[in-house]
Design a protein around this ligand. Structure first.
Ligand SMILES: [Mn+2]
Length: 336
């Protein structure tokens, strides 16, 4: 809260207001773990949810002070300038507010990103739990392997996720055989023999996990086993370099060298209430890793229209050494 106070006084803000519409605003979720309709109002001394009657009970359950909306929010609030996260609003919404009011509206999107990038103890606990649940579901997946369609695997993951009171962090990717050459293959097809990439994560109390493992359907050749070993060693080598002080741009460069192929995607991404957040792993990224950031590291190797291998873990950044939060085995598991 100290950081917010400082930012608000520096920018002469009376309030910061975050809106949840049809889709939850993850900045709001970050503060309140609330996914329903309404607004979160932050002032230097308090924070409250301002919600329509239909969401009142649900909002109160967050434990945050909740006010039933009886008039428009900006008529309810006192005079003064307001910070909004323009990034989660449409141009039209921002314009509309500006036209209707004499307040100054200031964009706080970048400030929110900075706040969210380093995780506190409570957030780390939730992410640890999200990763444990993910590992557990993967264990169950391989011991129950009796699938003939990628869609059946997606359904299995969905059921196991919901049974644990969680949601998908994102639509899982199950890509077998030649489908695995597309990192974002999403339309389930009959299961093919060969490498099968499964990229999956859950959302536990608002916090995401992200893991990818590559299994083998059928009998791998010696060559295929060697290739898998090479990509696994590349991932392990990169994980060794992922710690406080490492530059994301440098890690991105090391990805290509480690797998022996020009990468077709980023090495990884920050993760938290959103599955993709800062830091960013681009060759032009200026982000540097810091203790208690959480990132997903996902090098892959692809041959167009033929195959793909990707291995991903969610990692808690440490000073000397980082901790891999997803602990599911990484040797080549042969299934089916
Ligand atoms: Mn990922």
């Amino acid at each position: 809260m100290e950081e917010i106070k400082k930012f608000m006084s520096k920018n002469n803000l009376k309030y910061i207001v975050l809106f949840n519409g049809e889709k939850a605003n993850l900045n709001l979720v970050y503060f309140a773990n609330y996914f329903g309709y309404g607004s979160l109002v932050i002032s230097p001394d308090e924070m409250f949810l301002y919600v329509p009657e239909l969401e009142f009970e649900r909002a109160k359950k967050t434990g945050i002070k909740t006010v039933k909306a009886e008039k428009r929010l900006f008529e309810f609030l006192e005079e003064g300038n307001v910070g909004l996260d323009f990034e989660n609003m449409s141009f039209k919404e921002v314009q509309g507010l500006k036209e209707k009011s004499d307040r100054d509206f200031v964009d706080v999107s970048d400030f929110m990103k900075k706040l969210r990038i380093v995780k506190n103890d409570d957030e780390i606990l939730k992410m640890r739990k999200a990763c444990e649940i993910t590992d557990e579901i993967f264990e169950k997946l391989i011991s129950n392997w009796d699938f003939s369609h990628e869609g059946e695997i997606v359904s299995f993951l969905f059921k196991e996720t919901k049974l644990r009171g969680c949601d998908f962090a994102f639509e899982p990717i199950v890509a077998s055989g030649k489908n695995a050459s597309m990192p974002h293959h999403l339309n389930p097809k009959p299961l093919e023999k060969g490498f099968c990439v499964i990229d999956f994560g859950v959302k536990y109390e608002g916090y995401c996990s992200d893991i990818t493992r590559t299994f083998y359907v059928g009998n791998p050749s010696e060559e295929e086993k060697e290739l898998y070993e090479r990509i696994l060693n590349a991932q392990l080598k990169i994980l060794g370099d992922v710690k406080e002080g490492a530059k994301c741009s440098e890690l991105q460069k090391s990805f290509g060298e480690a797998v022996g192929q020009e990468p077709i995607h980023a090495l990884g991404h920050g993760i938290g209430v959103d599955v993709h957040e800062n830091p960013r792993f681009w060759s032009i990224s200026e982000d540097v890793l810091k203790e208690n950031m959480v990132v997903a590291i996902e090098p892959g190797y692809y041959i167009e229209n033929k195959m793909g291998i990707r291995i991903e873990d969610t990692v808690l950044i440490g000073k000397e050494k980082s901790e891999t939060l997803t602990k599911f085995r990484k040797d080549l598991v042969v299934v089916g």
